[in-house]
Write a protein that binds this ligand. Sequence first.
Ligand SMILES: Cc1ncc(COP(=O)(O)O)c(C=O)c1O
Length: 357
Amino acid sequence: MKSEVMKRGFGSDNHSGVHPEIFKALAEANVAHVPSYGTDPITLRATDAIRKHFGEKAESHFVFNGTAANVLALGSVMRSHHSVLASQHAHLINDECGAPEKLIGAKVISVASQDAKLTPEALATHLIRRGDQHFSQVRAISITQPTELGTVYSPEEIRRLADFAHQHQLLLHVDGARLVNAAASLGVGLREITTDCGVDIVSLGGTKNGMMFGEAVVFLRPGQSGDFKYVRKQWMQLPSKTRFIAAQFLALLGEGDSEGVWRKNALHANAMAKRLSEKLQRCPSVRITQKTQANAVFAILPKKWVGTLREQAFFYVWNEATFECRLMTSWDTEPGDIDGFIEKLEMLERDQGAFSS
Ligand SMILES: Cc1ncc(COP(=O)(O)O)c(C=O)c1O
């Protein structure tokens, strides 16, 4: 069967395919019969691998996708009279079609932030009416690392947020759909930006870093997972052939002497974003709007050229009013993808003038 080839672009790291090492791991797991529903040896090895990265106390559970990871992570520690605080840019708020509100029944409260990063100061204004029976009670803070605007929290910033959360009897959840990109950007391991900072629960992604599908909910403190396994089943996220998610995580995170592909893939995607950002910065018609700290570049591009540029390499217009665009790189972005895009932009600037309207 010949598949339709989609042009490579900067639409999303979800647009890229599966890393060959991960495909190989899937094929290697595709032998014999093993027990189902997470009781197989590959799943046990993958949960060990996750403990290696997050610490001995980490308890992990696999699910099919990132929305489920977020909703289940929060759903297992919240009740319907609770609320969770998240940045106005959070995936949880904008891209989960109300799943947290529908399934947990709780409120998701949007906190204003320029660069999609939360601070204790911004959160403090939402800690009101505690104990008031008329008001949804704040139970958790959810941050995204790296953020939806491609910015990265430092370990110190996360530690401050965890301390703030715990001082106020709240839990800190990290949407880590791209946690590996943040760790690679900071030059640290996964535990240095989670467990060691006092984070309570992580939604750990792999799909954007070369997996086919599958995410993990990782509880970092003992006794917090509560009724997770029952709720996961009720919410239809218990994979019967869990070994195929687990095998991908093993190839991603490594085990024994193998380091897995996560850091290599993430460093590459991040480096490609840096290259794109630096080259865009030199184009007079472009204004970079966010720091490029992971694998996404945010920039205002001339509205009149967006159509032509998208024909060269697709990207999303993030803000229809300002024409701020998101250009995202992936583990398989090639320098030539970037150079071709920049050549097109420079050609438009040359032919039509960088500031013509
Ligand atoms: C920040 C963030 N969180 C979570 C997800 C996971 O979403 P999905 O349910 O599509 O796997 C995504 C996917 O794009 C994301 O960007």
